[in-house]
Design a protein around this ligand. Structure first.
Ligand SMILES: NC(=O)C1=CN([C@@H]2O[C@H](COP(=O)(O)OP(=O)(O)OC[C@H]3O[C@@H](n4cnc5c(N)ncnc54)[C@H](OP(=O)(O)O)[C@@H]3O)[C@@H](O)[C@H]2O)C=CC1
Length: 312
C-alpha cells in the first residue's frame, strides 16, 4: 500500500506532520553533554527515522543535550532538509543559554541547520527574578527569531491558559503551538487548556501519548479501556500504540512519541493507513476519562490541577 501522511495547518499557514515519531528527550535525556556520553544509539535511531517515507517529525530541546546526535544524523542522512520537521525548545528553566536567541543560535550551530521548523518556550516559569526577564519580553525575542526566518513557527510548551493570555496581549505573532502532557488518562494538563487552545487556533501537541501503555503497569487488562484498545488493535491490524497515537491525532492534537525500537518508530510514522470512526474516538475519550489522572511530568507545579485534568 502506498504511504499516506496527514498534516495540520498552523495559524500562520505552515503545515505540521500529524505525529512526531522520535522525541530526543525522556530516555535519551542527559543532564550534561560530554564526549563520553554522546549516544551513537540515538544517532542510529535518527538515521533510521530519516529512511522512512514522508516528512519525519523530530522533537528536540536545549535541555535534552542531544543536538550533537541530531546534527550527526542529519549530516549522515540523504533525506532532504525539507522532508524533516524539527521542533526545538528554549529550556529557560535550565538556564543553559542566556535567552532564546542565543539558545537557537547554539542549537542551529550544533544541528548544522539554517532553521528549525518550530521553536518553543519549554516552560512558563519565567520572571525578572529568574532568568531575568518577563514572559512578555521573552516572547518578543521569539518573534524576532521568527521574523529572521531562523524558525518557521513559534510556540510554547506546558503553558496554562493564563500564561498564553499574557502573551496574546503583547503578541504581534500569535503562538502557533502549545506542547503539553496529554494522553487518555490526562486529558487536560491544566484546567481547560485543550478547549482554550483549540478555540484560539493554537495547535496542541501531546507528549506522553503512550503513557496508558507504558507507565501504568498493565495489570488490569479487564478494564474496559484496555479491552477496547485491544479490540481496535485487532480490528485494524495495528498495535495498541498505533491506536492511541491515532486517537490523539483524531482529537486534533499532534502526538509526540519516541522509541528505542526501530519497528515502533516505523509504526508511529504509519498511523495514517487507517482511521478510527467518530464513535470509536469518542469511546476511547470517555473510557479514558473514567481513569484516575496519570500525570508523569511537571508534577510539583501541576498536581494541584489533578481534579480538573480528567474533564473533557
Ligand atoms: N515539552 C515537554 O516538557 C516534554 C516533552 N517531551 C517530548 O516527548 C517525547 C516523548 O515523550 P514520552 O513521554 O517518552 O512519549 P511516549 O508516551 O510515546 O512514551 C515513549 C515510551 O513508550 C514506549 N513505546 C514506544 N512505542 C511503543 C509501542 N509500540 N508499544 C509499547 N511501548 C512503546 C517506548 O519504549 P521503547 O523505547 O522500549 O520502545 C518509550 O519508553 C520526548 O522524547 C520529548 O521529546 C517529553 C516530556 C516532556
Amino acid at each position: 500500500m502506498s504511504f499516506h501522511q496527514e498534516f495540520f495547518t498552523l495559524n500562520n499557514g505552515e503545515k505540521i506532520p500529524g505525529v512526531a515519531i522520535l522525541g530526543t528527550g525522556t530516555a535519551w535525556y542527559k543532564s550534561e553533554e560530554t564526549a563520553e556520553n554522546f549516544s551513537n544509539t540515538l544517532v542510529d535511531q535518527l538515521k533510521f527515522a530519516f529512511t522512512l517515507p514522508g516528512i519525519v517529525h523530530i522533537d528536540a530541546a536545549e535541555c535534552y543535550r542531544t543536538h550533537g546526535e541530531l546534527g550527526k544524523a542529519l549530516k549522515d542522512s540523504k533525506k532532504p532538509r525539507d522532508e524533516i520537521f524539527i521542533t526545538d525548545k528554549y529550556s529557560c528553566q535550565h538556564e543553559i543559554s542566556e535567552n532564546p536567541v542565543k539558545a537557537l543560535d547554539a542549537a542551529l550551530n550544533k544541528i548544522g541547520a539554517e532553521y528549525v521548523d518550530l521553536f518553543l518556550i519549554h516552560t512558563p516559569w519565567i520572571s525578572r527574578e529568574e532568568p531575568g526577564f518577563t514572559l512578555e519580553e521573552v516572547w518578543k525575542q521569539m518573534e524576532q527569531l521568527y521574523k529572521e526566518g531562523k524558525t518557521k513557527s513559534i510556540g510554547v510548551s506546558n503553558f496554562r491558559t493564563e500564561d498564553i493570555e499574557r502573551i496574546l496581549k503583547v503578541a504581534e505573532v500569535k503562538p502557533q503551538v502549545n506542547q503539553i502532557e496529554f494522553n487518555a488518562f490526562l486529558q487536560n494538563q491544566t484546567p481547560g487548556i485543550v478547549k482554550y487552545c483549540q478555540k484560539n487556533d493554537i495547535q496542541l501537541e501531546a507528549y506522553s501519548p503512550l503513557a496508558p501503555l507504558q507507565r501504568e503497569p498493565r495489570n488490569s487488562p479487564e478494564l474496559p479501556f484496555y479491552q477496547l484498545i485491544s479490540y481496535l488493535a485487532q480490528k485494524y491490524e495495528k498495535t495498541e500504540a498505533q491506536i492511541l497515537l491515532r486517537w490523539v491525532n483524531a482529537r486534533h492534537i499532534v502526538p509526540v512519541s519516541t522509541s528505542s525500537n526501530p519497528q515502533r518508530i516505523k509504526d508511529a510514522q504509519n498511523v495514517f493507513s487507517f482511521e478510527l470512526t467518530v464513535q470509536e474516538v469518542e469511546k476511547i475519550t470517555q473510557l479514558g476519562l473514567e481513569h484516575k489522572p496519570l500525570r508523569l511530568y511537571m508534577k510539583s507545579a501541576y498536581d494541584k490541577y489533578n481534579s480538573d485534568s480528567q474533564k473533557a
